[in-house]
Design a protein around this ligand. Structure first.
Ligand code: SAM
Length: 404
């Protein structure tokens, strides 16, 4: 039996019905921002994971009210930051929706710390699972279909779609394609980014492609004969020694399919050796593309992980607009839900800037928070533009695939 004898919020919950459970009291106390009562209920072992029939949790209520002390107490007691209500919204979105920036920042910082720690554990587990097979080995043996501006897998899932063209054009402009230097692109797909890179007349243009059907398509379309083009057939993981031998590159773009954040992170480990001193790296930023808060967590996580390698990320907001149903016709799943795309541009930290930053008070340990903060601000606008209404039911790693 739960102890409800001191139910401070009892009347408001169940005056005519059974006495409120500890968890119902906790939900109401969190909504009211009553830190003492929340502490008392936690002490009584109220379940901080509780979600009501709509999936609403005490953490979401505290976030919605911007109750910082309550939020901290719940997080410290193990309340999951990434639980979602029945519409797919998490606590971070509740805080964003009600304009409580301090609560958004607290949840974001907490989520990033948790994911940094859990990431290490997951990496270990994934290494065990994928010791013998690539995570996208199923995809790599499927028959693919090119249909106009769509590349589909055997289940009708989109590997790549034409609506991404403006994003790819901008990526090619920003990641060194414009410099006429040595460029590496991982993942050919529809060849949109590679066509753009070619238009900038690079000195060398290396393309890594893992899927045999895509490779055949490239050869059929004459890509092997294009000026400066070298195609490496295979997963980037398998051709890495050749990439390292050919490095450094002035521009690198990474956009694979059917892989996880872990694979992208593994690629990032090699970036310091692959990227030229003044080079620019970019990647398709499609992580958790159905939940704006999870997406922000990934943006910040990537910034922190790259900062540990002496690299800095700027995210440029690009308007995507709302993609109508006609865009998704014939495609099994809609894989993009936001009206804004945050285009990453990764460069080396200037050693002189780094020295200056070290001298700055409070700068230590948060080298790229400002950039990720830019995403936070723009993401708020995305929410205001209706992004929240489309949030789906993604759970953060390990289930989030890089794209589509
Ligand atoms: C989303 S598409 C790339 C789209 C491309 N940016 C464009 O502009 O059309 C992803 C491509 O990555 C390839 N791919 C998947 N895993 C890979 C890996 N580990 N190494 C290299 N290519 C990979 C897929 O076969 C697919 O052709």
């Amino acid at each position: 039996m739960t102890d409800t004898s001191k139910a401070k919020y009892g009347e408001s919950i169940g005056a005519d019905g059974p006495p409120p459970s500890l968890e119902q009291q906790l939900l109401a106390a969190a909504a009211a921002g009553d830190a003492d009562e929340v502490a008392r209920l936690i002490e009584l072992e109220a379940d901080v994971d509780y979600q009501d029939e709509d999936g609403v949790s005490p953490l979401m209520k505290a976030a919605e009210g911007g109750h910082i002390v309550v939020l901290s107490a719940l997080l410290q007691s193990g309340a999951p930051w990434n639980a979602q209500d029945k519409h797919g919204y998490c606590a971070g979105e509740y805080a964003m929706g009600s304009g409580h920036q301090e609560a958004v920042d607290l949840l974001l910082d907490f989520a990033v710390q948790v994911e940094l720690v859990l990431g290490a554990l997951e990496r270990y587990i994934c290494d065990m699972i994928y010791m013998y097979a690539a995570p996208n080995s199923g995809y790599l043996t499927q028959k693919l279909v090119y249909r106009g501006e769509q590349l589909l897998d055997a289940d009708g899932e989109a590997v790549m779609m034409g609506w991404e063209r403006p994003l790819m054009v901008r990526h090619a402009e920003r990641d060194g394609g414009g410099g006429g230097g040595r460029v590496l692109n991982v993942g050919f797909g529809l060849g949109i980014v590679d066509t753009e890179i070619q238009s900038h007349k690079p000195e060398r243009h290396t393309i890594v492609e893992a899927h045999p059907d895509v490779y055949e398509h490239m050869v059929r379309k004459g890509w092997a004969e294009r000026p400066g083009v070298r195609i490496l057939k295979g997963r980037w993981q398998d051709v890495l020694p050749e990439l390292l031998a050919e490095a450094p590159y002035d521009g690198i773009f990474f956009d694979t399919y059917g892989e996880y954040y872990e694979e992208m992170r593994d690629f990032h480990i090699h970036l310091p050796r692959l990227l030229a001193r003044d080079g620019v790296y970019s990647f398709f930023n499609g992580l958790a593309s159905d939940n704006i808060f999870f997406h922000m967590v990934y943006c910040r996580l990537i910034s922190l992980e790259l900062a540990s390698k002496g690299l800095t990320v700027e995210y440029e907001p690009l308007a995507v607009g709302s993609l109508g149903d006609e865009v998704w016709q014939g495609v099994r799943s809609k894989y993009w839900h936001f009206e804004t795309y945050f285009l990453p541009r990764v460069t080396r930290v200037d050693p002189l800037d780094a020295v200056e930053e070290e001298g700055d008070e409070g700068g230590e340990g948060r080298p790229c928070v400002e950039e990720a903060g830019g995403v936070t601000a723009a993401a708020d606008e995305t929410m205001a533009a209706g992004g929240r209404g489309e949030a789906g039911v993604a759970a953060l790693a390990p289930d989030d695939q890089l794209q589509q």
